[in-house]
Every structure is written in structure tokens, then in C-alpha cells.
Unconditional design. Structure first.
Length: 243
């Protein structure tokens, strides 16, 4: 039996305006894969699109709030109709949240679960019919080491990422028969703007973290593997360990 290393026709990347998602978009586009960029901030998406166009790649921007769950399926259908086939989905958009579970409000709990878990489920549902039809597709779910290990004060983040891990593993088992590969990627700390967001009130030594480009290179490798191989579950840690 021989397996090809087909070039995907397109990649949908969520959270593509900065951090890991931006690095993934640049890396895949440099490898000749057209990219559909999703995040909330239109100017930030356009900045990434401009970088990609300057490199000779194709990128389209789709400002979508992935937390608006009732509207999301329709927005994703419109995106796919406009952009064309997506053989790759990188479920990357997410937020971190630091605070004890004992005093966490229901609305903050829901906010993290909606974005980190439920939006990833809806994005996968949107691309699956096309991938099944083509019998070709790779879904990379950007989980976290917090999807495998629990950390105090990271309760809702851990809950969302353990949930994403379970979703990702079950999806892999369901879709294998349709020629679709699903990867659960669990990075340790990555030096991105997530550490400057207002729901993360902790300071770590960012010089010891992974770089977003290293994570992006790994995702590009996973996406470009011949169809006879799948990376099911991968943990990438900074050499310094948990920071
Ligand atoms: N950095 C780390 O140490 C680390 C480690 C392990 C796993 N991860 C995971 O990696 C993923 C990316 O993290 P990052 O560090 O690159 O984060 P980041 O720098 O904060 O970037 C987050 C991205 O998600 C987008 N986003 C946030 N809320 C959104 C919403 N409601 N709708 C649409 N897009 C939204 C942001 O753009 P807008 O604000 O414009 O919407 C941005 O493009 C996350 O899932 C995170 O949990 C990160």
C-alpha cells in the first residue's frame, strides 16, 4: 500500500490574529497552503493577511466571535462557501483564566468553556462533511499541558482543556474510518500575548517558554505527514519544565 503526502487545498485557523495561531498561519501559508484566518479583531487579522501576502501566500480574513455559539454554525458555513474547501482545521483560539474555583462566577465558567471547548466542537462539525466527502482532512486541536495535568487556580482552564482532550480523542476514533486525522497537541508554556490578557494575573519567566514558531513548525509537520500516518497525541514542553 502506498500513501501520498497530498498538499491541503486550504486551512482554517482559529485565533489566527496573534500568538500561536498567527505563527501557524504564516508557516502553512509559506508552505503554499491557502489560509482562512479567524479571530475577533479585524485590524489584527488584516495585519497577518498582509504579512502572508507579502510572502506570496493566500490568506482571507473572517472576523468572527467564536463565543457567539448560536450564530457560529451559520458564520462558518458562510466562511466555507466563500473560502472554499478546508482540508485542515487548527482549533487554536482560546483564552486562559486564573482564579480559584470556589469563587468563580457561572458567567466566567461559561465564557471559558464556550470558547475553549464548545467553539472547537462547532468548528469541527463545520468542516467534517467536506473532509468526509474528500476522504481527506487533518484537525489539530491545540489543547495544553493543562489538558493532562491539573494546576491550582487554573480550574476552569483545566476543565475546558481536559474536555477538549476528551472531545479530540473521541473525534479521532470516530473519523479515522473517514480518512480524517485528529491530533491532540499539548504544549507547555508558550511565549505569546496570552500572558498579557486581563484574565491571567500571574507572571512567569517568558524567556524560558516555548516559541510560537516552534509550535507552528510542529503543526505544519503534522499537517504534511503522508496520509498513512497520524500524530494522535503530542506533548511539547519547554526544557525548563512547568514554569
Ligand atoms: N501560550 C501558552 O502558554 C499556551 C500553552 C498551551 C496551550 N495554549 C493554547 O494555545 C491556544 C492559542 O494561545 P495563544 O497563547 O496563542 O493565545 P493568544 O496570544 O492570546 O491568542 C489567542 C487568539 O484567539 C483569538 N480569540 C480569543 N477569543 C476569541 C473569540 N471569542 N473569538 C474568536 N477568536 C478569539 C484572539 O484574537 P481576538 O482577541 O482578536 O479575538 C487570538 O487570535 C489557546 O487555545 C491556548 O489555550 C497556549
Amino acid at each position: 500500500m502506498s500513501f501520498d503526502a497530498k498538499i491541503p487545498q486550504g486551512a482554517l485557523i482559529t485565533g489566527a490574529s496573534r500568538g500561536i495561531g498567527r505563527a501557524v498561519a504564516l508557516t502553512l501559508a509559506q508552505q503554499g497552503i491557502p489560509v482562512a484566518l479567524v479571530a475577533r479583531s479585524h485590524p489584527d487579522l488584516v495585519a497577518v493577511q498582509t504579512e502572508i501576502k507579502d510572502l506570496g501566500g493566500r490568506a482571507e480574513v473572517y472576523p468572527i466571535d467564536l463565543s457567539d455559539l448560536p450564530a457560529l454554525p451559520q458564520r462558518l458555513q458562510s466562511l466555507l462557501a466563500d473560502f472554499g474547501p478546508c482540508d485542515v482545521l487548527v482549533n487554536n483560539a482560546g483564552m486562559a483564566y486564573v482564579g480559584p474555583l470556589a469563587t468563580l462566577s457561572l458567567s466566567d465558567w461559561q465564557r471559558v468553556i464556550d470558547l475553549n471547548l464548545t467553539a472547537a466542537f462547532l468548528c469541527a462539525q463545520a468542516v467534517l462533511p467536506g473532509m468526509r466527502q474528500r476522504r481527506f482532512g487533518t484537525i489539530v486541536n491545540v489543547v495544553s499541558i493543562a489538558g493532562k495535568r491539573a494546576f491550582p487556580d487554573w480550574g476552569v482552564y483545566c476543565a475546558s482543556k481536559f474536555g477538549l482532550m476528551g472531545f479530540s480523542q473521541a473525534l479521532a476514533e470516530e473519523e479515522r474510518q473517514h480518512g480524517i486525522r485528529v491530533t491532540s497537541l499539548c504544549p507547555g508554556s508558550v511565549d505569546t500575548p496570552i500572558w498579557d490578557t486581563d484574565t491571567v494575573a500571574v507572571r512567569f519567566d517568558r524567556s524560558k517558554m516555548l516559541s510560537a514558531e516552534w509550535v507552528a513548525d510542529l503543526i505544519a509537520y503534522i499537517v504534511r505527514l503522508p496520509s498513512g500516518a497520524v500524530v494522535e497525541d503530542l506533548t511539547l514542553m519547554p526544557t525548563a519544565g512547568i514554569l
